[in-house]
Ligand binder design. Structure first.
Ligand code: NDP
Ligand code: 2IT
Length: 452
């Protein structure tokens, strides 16, 4: 039997190979490291996982599509963006994962997100494989008509790669209800099919699930609450710092407030707001969801309890809990050290990979409960899978039913991660627990389905 250290050496070789084979994709390398660095105990303990080629197949996307997206702006000028869809792994179900529209999008970013999505989707216990897509299109400052033309052009290529049994995209940064509407409209027009289950995050009158907009943020708060419960605490009276002010951040703040915590911050790429009375959600939703404005407008309109800090790090604000909900690598080692100095008890990732590896290490060493995104933010994709189930049955469930299912799924993910970490001698280490539990489910399916 191979030892853990021999297995780790094999995995380290594979990581070096991944870096060579995928040059200039630092985010993908980071995500692969983060997973492969925790798998040695399970690969050493279960010889079938050491089968040559299994992990090599897992780190290679089944299919990667890149395409031109030409569109005309309101002045009639032709713009050209790049579109992506990485269909990473379909051992557990159709590829499933969001679309991100942001200028920083490139193939490496989409591959990191798609790779994370495989394990996240496995942890939900539902039948969904892993994929991700998007474009370097920047929706900021674009009119509705420009966004519509962009989405129509994007779907004019994407439609041939997706389908309710093949690949089911949804939202992510820069893609919300408005974009899903335009994308669905174009898919329906081109295919002449009412295929509800081809996209999730749809509007509630035409196939969308209740609670899908809330699901990622609500789920992350439930995960944080479960981590606190392990330590004999609850959310009541805790102060929380939240980054971002988009879909995930807004519903994180909403659930924190409902469960008695005080969420005192939000942010966007211009800076952050701190509001000692707690974020006023009606005002934040008005500015962000209706006006599509910036967070400084919140401080201007809120009165004396709030101030806007241009630039700056939201993690400087002292709190019991931190819920990063904006983007990757937004919480670095310095920020983690500040959080620890200020007495943070738990960090739960609403965003995908927002905490750098050095910061994760520092937080775990300091005894902070750390919930990795692939477990903590899985509520969004889980309710997407429930949306697919409702579409398939041509029915719609009540908000109460969806929320109950979401709560059960988050509790089950927490228990799975917790127990798996204990089983592999890493008690309290949710990173190891999430990676191993997600890996086991996907790897078992891949082994059963042969070398494909
Ligand atoms: P939104 O587009 O609704 O909001 C994104 C927020 O993050 C905005 O406030 C945005 O500010 C900020 N942000 C984005 N990129 C940057 C950046 N490079 N620097 C600083 N701020 C930035 O996206 P979501 O809320 O949907 O997504 C947030 C995170 O959650 C992402 O990591 C996403 O992958 C993850 N996630 C989303 C899920 C979902 O269901 N939507 C599910 C699971 C995870 P600005 O407007 O100034 O750019
Ligand atoms: O990162 C994610 O899990 C998402 N953006 C949601 C994906 C989905 O298919 O709902």
């Amino acid at each position: 039997m191979t030892t853990r250290s021999e297995t780790q050496t094999t995995l380290d070789h594979l990581l070096t190979e991944i870096e060579h084979r995928n040059p200039a994709q630092p985010e993908f390398h980071q995500a692969a490291h983060e997973v492969l660095e925790t798998l040695a105990p399970v690969v050493a303990a279960r010889p079938e996982y050491a089968e040559p080629g299994l992990i090599e197949r897992l780190v290679e996307p089944e299919r990667q599509v890149m395409f031109r997206v030409p569109w005309q702006d309101d002045q009639g000028r032709v713009r050209v963006n790049r579109g992506f869809r990485v269909e990473f792994n379909s051992a557990l179900g159709p590829y499933k994962g969001g679309l991100r529209f942001h200028p920083s999008v490139n193939l490496g970013v989409i591959k990191f997100l798609g790779f994370e999505q495989i394990f996240k989707n496995a942890l939900t216990g539902l039948g969904i494989g892993g994929g991700k897509g998007g474009s370097d299109f920047d929706p900021h400052g674009r009119s509705d008509a420009e966004v519509m033309r962009f989405c129509q052009s994007f779907m004019t290529e994407l439609y041939r790669h997706i389908g309710e049994h093949t690949d089911v995209p949804a939202g992510d940064i820069g893609v919300g209800g408005r974009e899903i509407g335009y994308l669905f409209g174009q898919y329906r027009r081109i295919t002449n099919r009412w295929e509800s289950g081809v996209l999730t995050g749809k509007g509630q009158g035409w196939g969308g699930s209740l609670i899908r907009p809330e699901a990622t943020g609500y789920g992350n708060v439930l995960f944080a609450a479960a981590m606190l419960r392990e330590r004999g605490e609850d959310l009541e009276g805790q102060t929380a710092v939240v980054s971002g002010s988009g879909n995930v951040a807004i519903y994180t703040i909403e659930k924190l407030t409902a469960l008695g915590a005080n969420a005192v911050t939000c942010s966007d790429s211009s800076g952050y707001v701190v509001d000692e009375k707690g974020i006023d959600l009606d005002l934040l939703k008005q500015i962000k969801e209706v006006e599509r404005g910036r967070v400084d407008a919140y401080a201007e309109r809120r009165g004396t309890s709030a101030r806007f800090v241009p630039g700056g790090s939201v993690w400087d604000v002292p709190a019991d809990l931190a819920l990063p909900s904006a983007t990757q690598n937004e919480l670095d080692e310095n920020a983690a050290a500040t959080l620890v100095r200020n007495g943070v008890k738990a960090v739960s990732e609403g965003a995908n990979m927002p905490t750098t590896p050095e910061a994760v290490h520092l937080l775990q060493k300091a005894g902070v409960a750390f919930g990795p995104g692939k477990a903590a933010n899985a509520g969004g994709v889980a309710v997407s899978a429930l949306e697919m189930a409702q579409n398939h049955a041509r029915t719609s469930w009540t908000a109460a039913r969806v929320e109950e299912e979401l709560a059960d799924i988050m509790t089950s993910i927490h228990t799975t991660c917790h127990e798996t970490a204990e089983r592999y001698d890493a008690p309290g280490d949710y990173v190891t627990g999430a990676n191993i539990a997600g890996f086991e489910r996907v790897a078992d399916a891949m082994l059963a389905q042969g070398v494909i």
